[in-house]
Each structure stands twice: as C-alpha cells, then as structure tokens.
Design a protein around this ligand. Structure first.
Ligand code: ADP
Ligand code: MG
Length: 450
C-alpha cells in the first residue's frame, strides 16, 4: 500500500470520530509524507495545526493509525518550510501481518450480510460466539447441513470477524478437498524426490496457525493417509487451544467411513446444524440480496413471494433466481419485473422443484378428478361454473387446509393473481356457512389428501 492510501484510510477513521468542522479544520489538509524507522512524518498547513494536533489530538491519531497499520508509530508534524531533506519512504515498516499470511478468506462473507431466521439462528449465534472468543468457547465448532444453506458463508464470516478484531491472528480457510490434494501431492514428492522439506512445510502451514477453518470435511472420506494427517493436525491445534471450525453436509455420526477417533473429537466441541430456510427467512434473504444490489424498487412483493415460494431448499438457488429474473427483464425486453415475467424467466430454472411437487398439486389432482374435469381446465382461465367452482374449492382447500401462501396458490393455479385467490377463498368460506352439502363434500376431499 502506498502512503496516500494508508493516510486516506486513516482519515476515514478520524472523520467518523469528529464533528465535520473539527475534521475539516485540523485534518482535511494533512498529508503523510514518510514512514521510516518507526516515525510517521506528517505535513500540515500551519504552526497552529502542528501545535494543536500534537497537544490535543495525538492520542486519537495514535490509536487510529495503529488500527490501520498494525504498528505503533511516533508522530512528527512539519510545515512545508521545515522540510529540507529528501524523504525516504519505507513502506516495509507497515506491519499488517495478516497480509503476509495467506488466509484464503473472501471478505464478502460477513456476519452483517448473513440473514438470520429460525432455521439458522443456532448456528449463527454459535458462530458469533466462537468468532468473539476463538479457542475458548466451542472447540471444535462443527457446522452441518445440506448444500447451499450458508455453511461456507458462516465459517468464513467467523474468520473475517476474528481478523477484523486482531490482524495478527493467523486464520486459515481451506476446502477439505484442497487439503487432501495438497497432502497427496506432498506424499508423491516425498516418495519420488525424497523431498522431506515439502512435508515439513505442509505440516507447518496447518499447525502454525491460530484458527483452522476446514470446509466440507465429508471429502476426507476415502483418503486414509490424509485422514491420519488431519487427525495429527487436529490434535496439535486442539492441544494448543487453537480454534478449529469444521463443516460438513451431514453430522459426524452420518459420515460413514470417517474414523471413529475423528468422530469422537468432533463431539468434543459443539455441533450445530442449519436447516432449510423457512418462507419468512427466504423473503428476508431476497430482500437483503436485492438491497445489496440496489434493486429494492425493481422487485414487486408478488415477485419476491413467487421466488420465495418456489425456491425452498437452497439459498444459492434463491440468489440465482433473483439474478435470472433481473437479467431477463433487462436483457430480454427491458420491461418491468412482474410475476408473469418471473414465471417466464424461471420456467426452466424451477423445473426440479416442479417435478418434486407438492401438496397444491395433489389438491388439484383430487379436486379435478372429483368433478370430472382435467387439471389443465382447473388451472385455466375458463369461467363456466362447472370449472370455476371446483377451482375455487381447490383454492380454498389449499389456503385453509394446507395454509399455503396466496401468491403461491395463484402461481400453481396457472399464474393467477393473489387477489383472485383471496376472492375464491372468501366466496367458499361464505357458501359453506349456508350450504351443508358443500361443506361435507369439501371435508371428503380434504380427507383424501395425505
Ligand atoms: P453451503 O456452504 O452451505 O453450501 P454457502 O455458504 O456457499 O452454502 O451459501 C450459498 C450462498 O447463499 C452464498 O452466496 C451465501 O452468501 C448465501 N447465503 C446462505 N445463507 C445465507 C443467509 N442466511 N443470508 C444471506 N446469504 C446467505
Ligand atoms: Mg460450502
């Protein structure tokens, strides 16, 4: 980093601490001119600045500059005339140890963009506890759950949080398959080239750290010697009270062919699972994602509900759906985003969820059979009574009995508006109060749903 960007980063921090007027007066015209031998030289506009910064602001300056650079510097202030000699810039002085250490962390994964709901609350809270007290809370922390539910996000957020608190911490994130392939490569080198130095380096890389984050540990299965190496690494880190964070697509008990002694160790700490997100969490995640892309105003509520209703088990897919709808709207026709457009944009994307369908579909089957009409007719726009009434009954059952969301029902019934569904439900609600035969008939239909 050059002097100017270091100083700008520092000024940003100072700005947050002071009133606009103080900042403008004392800091806006300052400039860092060198960092050398533990001394930071700063150019200021006048003697008054010099005196005031030295006498009144030096503690704040020390504190914030150390935050930026990880190093304590002695400050000297100069005005232009005082600078006679050439200035030697030595940026090696700036100690940000974590920069030299390859963490593999991606800074996009943070706690503040991880949306919390019932299905991931326990995991998120435990993760934050570990992030605040690495090595002292739960060791190891074992996070498990299906693909796309946020395991990698959460464990990287722990790493980023730890680093933001203490830049000197050595945090290493590693996908398990990378650990395995690196290890295999080392063994090969050892065998063919008799390169024991490489083995030593490998061991050091994983053992001389403060926090090990190892992702998708189920990939350790089948790699016997790598399991042995991981076992040794684990023991060494654990005995030295270093934090270990592990993720997997299933619980340790369910990872077949994982050595018992490893399973035992995974039980020493805390195991937390992440469940598929509930509807409300899916909505909140969609809101967060579109807010991050500054698209809040472009996505109407019904479209968000459509996506949330159809994307049930995977947050990665939820993100994909948003991107796709937006891309479709901009590239294909530049038009406003509506439910119809979303249905069109996502029709192939949702294929899998549609095949694996759902109680609403079952209701459509049962009701159309009962009234001797085709499911297609039931989902059509036809308004004749022999079709419209069964359709209303089916919608009523979906709403009252299955407690499905109005938008979702509308979509499953051939892309109807949620208000249409609401009217149908209200209508049948009123009718059954007057018509006992209808009430009984609906009960019979409900009994057929498994
Ligand atoms: P996993 O590792 O469990 O397969 P990831 O952590 O890779 O899942 O998550 C998939 C995507 O979904 C990532 O882009 C991640 O940022 C996002 N994601 C997952 N859970 C959340 C959440 N609760 N809030 C915001 N984004 C999330
Ligand atoms: Mg992952």
């Amino acid at each position: 980093m050059d002097l100017e960007s270091i100083w700008n980063g520092f000024l940003e921090k100072i700005k947050n601490q002071l009133s606009d007027i103080s900042y403008e007066t004392w800091f806006s015209e300052t400039k860092l001119i060198s960092l050398d031998n533990g001394v930071a030289k700063v150019l200021v506009p006048s003697h008054v600045h010099k005196k005031n910064l030295k006498e009144h602001y030096i503690d704040l300056i020390d504190e914030k500059f150390t935050e930026c650079t990880g190093t304590n510097f002695q400050f000297e202030f100069y005005i232009e005339e005082e600078l006679e000699t050439e200035i030697i810039v030595n940026t090696d002085e700036i100690g940000v140890p974590s920069n030299n250490f390859e963490t593999n962390l991606d800074s996009k994964y943070q706690f503040n963009n991880f949306v919390i709901g019932n299905s991931n609350k326990f995991a998120a809270t435990s993760a934050l506890a570990v992030a605040e007290q690495p090595g002292n809370m739960y060791n190891p922390l074992f996070i498990y759950g299906s693909s796309g539910l946020g395991k990698t996000h959460l464990m990287q957020a722990i790493g980023n949080f730890i680093l933001s608190n203490d830049k000197k911490m050595k945090v290493l994130y590693i996908p398990c398959d990378k650990f395995v392939s690196d290890f295999v490569e080392i063994c090969r080198k050892n065998a063919t080239e008799n390169n024991t130095e490489a083995t030593k380096q490998f061991k050091n890389k994983y053992r001389d750290i403060d926090v090990l984050i190892i992702d998708d540990i189920h990939n350790l299965v089948g790699a016997t010697s790598a399991q042995q190496e991981f076992f040794n690494t684990f023991n060494e880190l654990y005995n030295n009270k270093k934090q270990i964070i592990i993720s997997s697509d299933r619980s340790p008990e369910d990872i077949k062919k994982l050595e018992e002694r490893l399973k035992t160790r995974f039980n020493w700490g805390l195991q937390v699972d992440i469940q598929p997100p509930e509807f409300e969490l899916r909505m909140n995640i969609i809101n967060k994602k579109i807010e991050m892309q500054e698209l809040e105003n472009k996505f109407p509520e019904e479209v968000k509900e459509y996506i949330a209703s159809n994307c049930v088990g995977d947050i990665r897919k939820l993100e994909g759906a948003i991107t796709r709808v937006y891309a479709y709207a901009t590239i294909m026709n530049g038009s406003a985003i509506t439910v119809d457009l979303a249905i069109e944009a996502l029709k192939d994307f949702f294929v899998q969820t549609i095949v694996a369908k759902n109680k609403i579909d079952q209701v459509i089957q049962i009701v159309s059979e009962n009234y001797n009409i085709s499911p297609e007719d039931l989902k059509s726009k036809k308004k004749t009574n022999n079709i419209a009434i069964p359709r209303q009954i089916a919608m009523y059952i979906c709403r009252i009995y299955l407690e499905e969301n109005l938008t979702k029902i509308g979509i499953e019934f051939g892309g109807k508006n949620h208000t249409t569904v609401m009217h149908a439900v209200d209508k049948i609600k009123n009718e059954i109060l007057k018509d006992e035969a209808l009430n009984n008939e609906i009960q019979k239909l409900i009994n057929k749903i498994h």
